[in-house]
Design a binder for this molecule. Structure first.
Ligand code: KE4
Length: 429
């Protein structure tokens, strides 16, 4: 593939943008080569500035569950743009968005809009600390909750990809209030509560881990977190920035039947525009200013343009309840095909699938159910696989520690082409 324009653009961007990108994982650091600059997208396809076409399994890291440039969302953005993009005042669009989230997400009785998943998780933790009067939080190695200081301890996603799970710039004081446990390991959480129960404000968890690659929860683990938090009057925060409206209409909490106290959301709810949200029990949420003392604010929170896009997104998902079964079946055909290809080529690997999320781990481990098992993955082999598929016009996540996202727009032909290309790639590993 000709990538001359991307190579030139990347070299120029590196002069004026740190690492040439506005989010580290986009830089292809862990897979090598030059990141391709995307010119446009439609449905399941993206096109780079050299005119190359790719079947896209990143989908902007989750928002594009209906595919890129979904007609009704584009129309909603155009219409609202004509009416004004931002007022800094309440609008009926924000009320409509809140009504949709309250209707669709089981745990949410009241919700506050923000502008990113990071803002949602940062605010949710501040709220939990303000509500409980306690300072410590429990997070899990390999889970990623955005780049808020409290979370950049043993963080996943781009942080683990770049080998920066504990970022410089996070003070000892902040880090001291973040306790680390192991995903799917209740004993590691119980040990922390044994020592710090009176100080723990909240447990924050990805109900399906998507930032160490996809790792499914043990249902007993999720139930254990719920019971432990309740027992010690700590709050359970489900970070559903990836799984919200992705695993089910009501997210992972609907899929697994576990009700958290606070839910954080992002990605899909913006329909591709910058949106985050956090919501939960009314008695907790009313602690937020101006109804309560916990302060949080934002110039563009509830931005009309983003609300217009997100409302169409959520109304479309709510109107197609069968979409989640279809997405899961489509993703299962991809997952089973990859497993068959691994078997055919004798390559060691594990394919984890959760709904329309999927990760192929190149590992000798027979299963990947913990961060420790994730870390047995062969990153170099993943990098080679990634680049072979990129050359074949398949755009996977540029990191072993991320999820692939299947959308409503991916066709059976797209899945078949992906499987054919992955077989050829595996034969070259
Ligand atoms: P944002 O601030 O990037 O909107 O959301 C942070 C966040 C919070 N919680 C979860 C579970 C998340 O997955 C994320 C962000 N996800 C990454 C991809 N794994 C965003 C991609 C990137 O960092 O460029």
């Amino acid at each position: 593939m000709n990538k001359e324009k991307s190579i030139s653009a990347y070299r120029q961007s590196c002069e004026i943008i740190p690492g040439g990108v506005n989010s580290p994982v986009r830089a292809f650091k862990s897979v090598g080569g030059t990141p391709v600059f995307i010119d446009k997208a439609k449905g399941a396809k993206i096109y780079d500035i050299d005119g190359n076409e790719y079947i896209d399994y990143v989908g902007s890291w989750g928002p594009m569950i209906l595919g890129h440039a979904y007609g009704p969302i584009v129309e909603a953005i155009k219409t609202q743009a004509e009416l004004g993009s931002s007022f800094g005042a309440p609008t009926m669009l924000e009320k409509k968005m809140a009504e949709l989230i309250v209707d669709m997400v089981p745990s949410v009785e009241m919700v506050r809009m923000v502008n990113s998943g990071t803002e949602a998780t940062m605010s949710a933790v501040r709220l939990a600390r303000g509500y409980t009067g306690r300072s410590k939080i429990v997070k899990f190695s390999g889970c990623y909750h955005g780049h808020g200081d409290s979370f950049l301890i043993k963080a996943g996603s781009g942080a683990v990809t770049l080998g920066l799970p504990d970022s410089p710039g996070v003070t000892r004081g902040i880090a001291g209030d973040t306790l680390i446990a192991s995903y799917n390991n209740m004993e590691s959480v119980e040990a922390l509560f044994h020592q710090y129960a009176k100080d723990i404000a909240a447990i924050i968890v990805e109900p399906v881990a998507g930032n160490m690659g996809v790792v499914l929860p043990d249902i007993q683990f999720l139930r254990g977190l719920r019971d432990l938090a309740t027992k010690h009057s700590a709050l359970l925060i489900f970070d559903e920035v990836i799984t919200g409206f992705r695993m089910a209409k009501g997210g992972a909490q609907e899929y697994y039947g576990i009700i958290p106290d606070i839910t954080t959301l992002g990605k899909i709810i913006g329909g591709g525009l910058p949106v985050g949200a956090y919501g939960g029990r009314k008695d907790i949420m009313q602690h937020l200013a101006p109804s309560g003392p916990v302060y949080q604010a934002g110039t563009l929170s509830g931005n009309p343009l983003a609300m217009a896009a997100g409302i169409v997104m959520l109304e479309t998902l709510r109107s197609k309840p069968s979409i989640y079964k279809e997405l899961e079946e489509k993703t299962r055909s991809l997952a089973d095909g990859l497993r068959n290809n691994l078997a055919k080529t004798g390559i060691s690997g594990v394919v984890n699938q959760a709904g329309s999320l999927l990760t192929l781990f190149f590992t000798e481990s027979k299963k990947v159910e913990s961060f420790e098992q994730v870390m047995t993955s062969d990153k170099e082999r993943y990098a080679k696989f990634f680049n072979l598929l990129l050359e074949a016009g398949i755009y996977l996540a540029p990191s072993q520690f991320e999820a692939a996202f299947v959308s409503y727009a991916h066709s059976a032909d797209d899945i078949q082409k992906t499987l054919q290309s992955s077989l050829l790639a595996m034969q070259k590993l």
